[in-house]
Design a protein around this ligand. Structure first.
Ligand code: TEU
Length: 556
């Protein structure tokens, strides 16, 4: 069988609202993306993933869609989308659109109809339940805090919302809902796009008895009754048959709190469900007791173990991982696991190296390629995100003082990755001629794309090389994964083998020097494919690693 093109590709995620504003509205737009296609081509990425650009009240920045068939006016028009597709295809690049079908905005006409009466034809598009003794139907909680149920007073019933109360969950048990969604996705596929990123797609099938959750150690009551739910694989196969296969689309499912077994099942050969999956387990290695809104410390050994389990498990099943450190919901990786100060450049490159030499399809989030950092805003007023605002209120209500609360917000807020893209040292980092919807990080004069392009040794060119290596060395796509030095408190190392070839990655994950000893009896001579220091040692038997030093060795 011919290898699918996306196995050697790298995807670049664009959060249009913060990418490039051509109208001085303070919000980025589609024309802004079109203007930067040559920049992205230079980086070498194969496909763009655009977060939602559909009509939306923007309560959750477009993940609350009010019309699937229309473009949010601030972003542009349908013609702009068509021009974007054309501009990409002209450059031999591709487009993946984000699609949010677990829920719609409560402004969507389906919900507007549904809420009017119990016998409205759209009522059954959503999930309605009676109260239980005057309270919500059960104790399930929203991922954004509080109950997952909201009372619709007029009809005196509750509707389910796993996210914000303006994001009502669709009822996937209703065939008509699924058919409407497939029809809509086909409308988009017909525009010539190449793939879909499916938002929280593993949450669409719920246990229909909606039971009370007796125990959830992480406080996420209800989770086990809707995560990778009873009919999920059936739904994925159906969607594949109705939408993906006929258009030959590439798909990545965003999987909330999933399991390795479930992801093997979604992506293994012959499953005919999804091509690859995002999971977030490695990005919880710095949570305290599994909780996000804490000031937890990175458990480095655990991080290595999780990544190894997924590398090995997906390889064995013939499944496929989406590889990533960053997205629009996560803090900036260089601030999180690297050093955004003294070793900014070295640590950003180290993190990129460790991720990009794994098996899977890497995703780069806008600004990651220049090492953008968390903005560390001093006060809650600078933060816009609905989840952040809710968390702030909850933490304050718990009695924590403002300083401690802000420390957590600064580390965890989703706005960390949503500050405007830093293009140059001009006003608002060249993002907009108007007042940006979210403030630019203060360091834009030092960290910006213009500077990166002018510097041969920049983080940008390191990413460019990693993308190119994936195309040149089949072992990166096909090799197996053997973790090394798993007990080591500082070193992240692994080996890939394929077809008589060997790739060895050695990385010092921290800011103090350390010594690496190759644990096997083999001759330690190999070609260095890439390093983040000029003069790394060619013999890997024993290596003195400088702060955040990362080296890729290749031999055959
Ligand atoms: O996110 C799903 C999700 O569960 C998280 O990553 C979420 O942001 C995190 O758990 C909060 O702590 C997706 C989108 O990526 C996100 O932007 C949306 O807000 C969410 O779905 C709802 O559509």
């Amino acid at each position: 069988m011919q290898e699918p093109w996306w196995k050697r590709s790298t995807v670049y995620q664009i959060y249009p609202k913060s990418f490039n504003d051509t109208t001085a509205s303070g919000m980025g737009d589609l024309q802004g993306v079109i203007e930067k296609l040559d920049y992205l081509k230079e980086l070498g990425v194969d496909m763009l993933w655009l977060t939602p650009i559909y009509r939306s009240p923007q309560r959750d920045n477009g993940y609350d869609i009010s019309d699937y068939y229309d473009i949010e006016p601030a972003y542009g028009t349908m013609e702009d989308v068509e021009r974007l597709v054309q501009g990409l295809h002209d450059r031999d690049m591709k487009l993946m659109m984000d699609i949010v079908i677990n829920h719609t905005s409560t402004d969507h006409k389906w919900f507007q109809q549904a809420k009017t009466s119990k016998d409205n034809p759209y009522r059954d598009y959503y999930i309605w339940r009676d109260s239980s003794d005057g309270n919500a139907p059960n104790n399930w909680v929203s991922k954004f805090g509080g109950s997952a149920w909201a009372l619709e007073e007029h009809t005196d019933q509750y509707y389910l919302h796993l996210f914000d109360k303006t994001q009502a969950d669709l009822n996937w048990e209703n065939d008509e809902v699924r058919n409407q969604l497939y029809e809509m996705m086909n409308f988009w596929a017909d525009k010539g796009l190449d793939g879909f990123r499916l938002d929280v797609i593993n949450l669409v099938s719920k246990v229909q008895s909606f039971p009370y959750d007796e125990s959830a150690p992480d406080g996420q009551f209800g989770k086990e009754y809707y995560t990778d739910g009873p009919r999920i694989h059936e739904f994925m196969k159906e969607m594949n048959q109705n939408v993906f296969a006929p258009h030959n689309l590439v798909t990545v499912g965003e999987m909330s709190s999933t399991s390795l077994a479930a992801c093997q099942q979604y992506t293994r050969p012959g499953a005919n469900e999804l091509d690859m999956t995002f999971n977030f387990h490695h990005l919880k290695a710095d949570y305290e007791k599994g909780k996000k809104w804490t000031d937890g410390k990175l458990d480095f050994i655990k991080l290595k173990q999780i990544l190894a389990d997924w590398q090995i498990g997906m390889h064995q099943a013939g499944g496929w991982n989406a590889l990533f450190w960053c997205n629009h919901d996560q803090p900036r990786i260089v601030s999180r696991f690297g050093d955004d100060n003294l070793y900014h450049r070295e640590s950003a490159k180290m993190l990129a190296t460790v991720m990009h030499m794994m098996q899977g399809t890497p995703y780069i989030y806008q600004g990651e390629e220049i090492g953008m950092t968390d903005p560390k805003f001093s006060s809650i007023e600078y933060y816009n995100d609905v989840e952040t605002q809710n968390a702030y209120s909850e933490l304050k209500e718990s009695g924590m003082d403002d300083r401690a609360v802000m420390q957590i917000i600064q580390r965890r807020s989703r706005d960390n990755s949503r500050t405007p893209m830093q293009w140059n040292a001009a006003q608002h980092a060249g993002f907009s001629k108007g007042e940006p919807w979210l403030s630019v990080a203060a360091n834009y004069k030092e960290i910006n794309a213009e500077k990166a392009l002018a510097d041969d040794n920049s983080i940008f060119y390191h990413y460019q090389t990693l993308i190119r290596l994936r195309k040149e060395y089949a072992i990166i796509t096909h090799g197996d994964y053997e973790p090394l030095c798993m007990e080591d408190e500082r070193i992240f190392s692994y080996e890939r083998r394929w077809n008589g070839e060997k790739l060895l990655v050695i990385a010092n994950f921290f800011g103090e020097s350390t010594e690496f000893t190759y644990p096997k009896k083999e001759i330690g001579e190999a070609e260095i494919l890439l390093s983040n220091y000029q003069d790394s040692a060619p013999n890997y038997s024993k290596v003195q690693l400088r702060p955040f030093e990362a080296i890729i060795y290749y031999s055959k």
